[in-house]
Each structure stands twice: as C-alpha cells, then as structure tokens.
Ligand binder design. Structure first.
Ligand code: ADP
Ligand code: MG
Length: 347
C-alpha cells in the first residue's frame, strides 16, 4: 500500500518501533485526538488500552514475523470511549510493526465515526477512479469510427454516458454527505429505475426484471446520479445473490408507504418517509445476524467483495434525508430506500 492509501484509510493504522509510535494515519489521529507529531515516541499501549492487552501479541508477531489478528478486542481511547474491534498486527520494514484497528461489530454513531469512514473512502475512490475512466472514454470514442451498426453505436453511447456519470459521481463523493438537501433538484425515481435496468440488462440481457411502479408518486428532491448509483448497487447485489437460483428474478418497485418516520438532521422534528423504492430478488437471502452489519463498510461475504455497496446506499439515502432497510427470508430479499415527499408536510 502506498503511504497516501494508508493515510486516507478510513480505519486507524499505527506504525510502531518497539512499542513506540512512529506514524499514525488520519483516522488514528482522529481516534486519539492527537497529532502524529505529538504522538511520536509515545507507547501505543499508553494511548490505546486494549483488552486483551496488546503487548503479548506484539511480541508474538515480531518473533514469528507473522500477521496476527484478534477479532474480539475492545479498545479504550484517550477520551474514554470503548469500542469493539479487530486488531491486526503485522511486521513492517526494519523490524517495525503495523497495528491496524477495524471496527467490525461497531455501529458508527452518525456524525462521529460514521461520516468520516465513508467520506475518507469516497476521497480515495474518487481519486483512483479518474485515470482509468479517462482511458476508457478515449477508447470508446476511437471505437466509434469502426462500429457501423446502430445497435453497436447505441452501446458505445451507453458506455460514454455511464463514464460521464461515474466521473460526476467521483467529483461529488467527497461532499455528498455535506450537501444541503435543499440544493438538490427534482428527480423522477422511475426514470432512475428504468435507466438502471437498461444499464444492467445491456450487460445481461437474459436477466428477468419485473417493474411495479406507482405512477402517482411525486418527484423526490435529490441527485439523480447518486440515486442511480444506489439503485445499481442494490441490483448488483441481487444479481450476485441469484447466481445459484434456478429462475432468477429481480423486482423493481415503488410505492407510497405511510407510517415511516426518521429524525431530521437537527434531531428535532420527525420526518415522514413515504416514498419507497424497493429492489427485491428471489435469492437465498441474508441471515438475521448478518442483517445488523451489512450496511457497515467492509462487511462482505463475497470472496472478491469490497463491502462498500450497501454502505454507499445507506450514505446516499441519508444524504437525501431518508434511510434504507432490509427484509429477508430465503427466496425473498428486499432492500427499500425510503425518502421524504417534498410536496408533503413535515410534522
Ligand atoms: N440481495 C442480497 N441477497 C443476499 N445477501 C445480500 C444481498 N445484498 C447484500 N447482501 C449481503 O450484504 C453484503 C454486503 O453487501 P455490499 O455492501 O454491497 O458489499 P459486497 O457486494 O461487496 O459484498 C454482501 O456481501 C452479502 O452478504
Ligand atoms: Mg455489493
């Protein structure tokens, strides 16, 4: 990993030399509330107290030159907060050691650990995306001269417009969480859903979609690119969940649902969230204990998964003043994004 990746990594990473801090990334500095300059030379175990204590594991990892992970650790921060986390200790160059913490079972509190985790990741992803995108766009433009059929050209146009969309997303990911919902524009969620379906079906024409929309729903106030990204992530997960299913089917649905409320950002007024967008599949489902964790970053059950899709869906829903929920049993899994009705009243 390059230094800038570690620096932006959303979880705390320390580099220590004989137990004393040499380096701490941004997340580690947020954890301890101290700058890396002030931490340098201090014993890590003085700053972060863990149960079980780190000392023995540090020695074990150093002696065996091997990576050690403790998956059930509690860490107490200088400000007294205690968190449940995974700790990984690994040998780094010159006999120094890396110590990284990963909050697996933690439900981050909004505005504290929650926001920086995803926005740090957003910066990182945005940065890493832009170069390859420019290359793909250039290649698609070159191909245009060679492609004669109108079907082929339509696909190239789709590539071009999707690349533009990803670029806009990359530009926006940093600030999405901070956007004022009043600055967003009217979005027809059915247009977003239909376009998401077109994108997915052009890659997998045999995938069966059912659409059940309530055409009377008003536009929501939002950002169509990020809403589209949320829907695409839900569809991709459904596709993954359907790989073993005999007659795979994805349902896209919208409806008006009374009775769901959320606290507004200021935490004072309850806001109704009557506009429901649901992506369902008839796959094997999400187990109950996993359901509590799947919206956290880096939680994945897939061999090559990143565990960022649902964290992003949740972030997009929140940025729109809404929320996302999951209901699952074998054979029927539904993810619903619930959004406020901009024409309705806020009580
Ligand atoms: N439709 C679904 N059916 C079953 N499991 C799902 C579904 N959507 C998400 N999951 C579970 O949630 C996990 C996290 O999803 P996500 O955040 O998108 O990350 P990733 O897709 O990279 O694993 C998945 O690994 C999977 O276990
Ligand atoms: Mg996913």
């Amino acid at each position: 990993m390059s230094l800038s990746l570690i620096e932006d990594w959303p979880f705390p990473v320390f580099q220590i030399d004989e137990g004393r801090i040499l380096f701490a990334n941004q997340a580690a500095q947020e954890w301890t509330g101290d700058s890396v300059n002030r931490m340098r030379g201090r014993a890590l175990t003085d700053m972060i107290r863990t149960e079980p204590a780190l000392d023995q594991q540090l020695a074990k990892s150093a002696a065996a030159a091997t990576v050690l992970t403790n998956r059930a650790c509690t860490a107490t921060l200088p400000n007294g907060t205690t968190l449940t986390c995974h700790v990984t200790i690994y040998p780094v160059e010159g006999g120094t050691q890396g110590v990284s913490f990963w909050m697996a079972g933690l439900r981050p509190r909004e505005g504290e650990l929650g926001a920086p985790i995803v926005s740090g990741m957003g910066r990182l992803i945005a940065h890493e995306l832009k170069n390859p995108l420019a290359g793909i766009k250039g290649a698609a433009q070159l191909l245009r001269d060679d492609v004669q059929s109108s079907e082929g050209r339509a696909l190239l146009d789709l590539i071009g417009s999707e690349i533009d969309r990803i670029r806009r997303l990359a530009d926006r990911m940093e600030t999405l969480g901070d956007r004022d919902p009043d600055q967003m524009g009217p979005v027809n969620i059915h247009t977003v859903l239909r376009q998401a379906r077109t994108v997915v079906q052009s890659a997998e024409p045999r995938l069966v979609f059912t659409e059940r929309y309530d055409p009377s729903l008003p536009n929501v106030r939002g950002d169509s690119d990020t809403l589209m990204q949320a829907v695409l992530n839900l569809i991709r997960n459904a596709q993954d969940a359907l790989r073993e299913t005999a007659a795979p089917e994805i349902e896209l649905a919208t409806r008006f649902r009374a009775g769901v409320t959320a606290r507004s950002r200021e935490g004072r007024r309850a806001r109704h969230l009557p506009i429901q967008i649901t992506v369902s599949d008839n796959g094997s489902g999400v187990s109950d204990d996993l359901q509590d964790h799947i919206f956290q970053p880096f939680v994945t059950t897939k061999r090559d998964g990143q565990g960022l899709g649902l964290a992003l869906v949740s972030k997009v829903a929140k940025a729109h003043g809404g929320l996302v929920e999951v209901r699952s049993r074998p054979g029927r899994t539904s993810f619903s994004v619930l959004l406020p009705d901009p024409t309705g009243d806020v009580s």
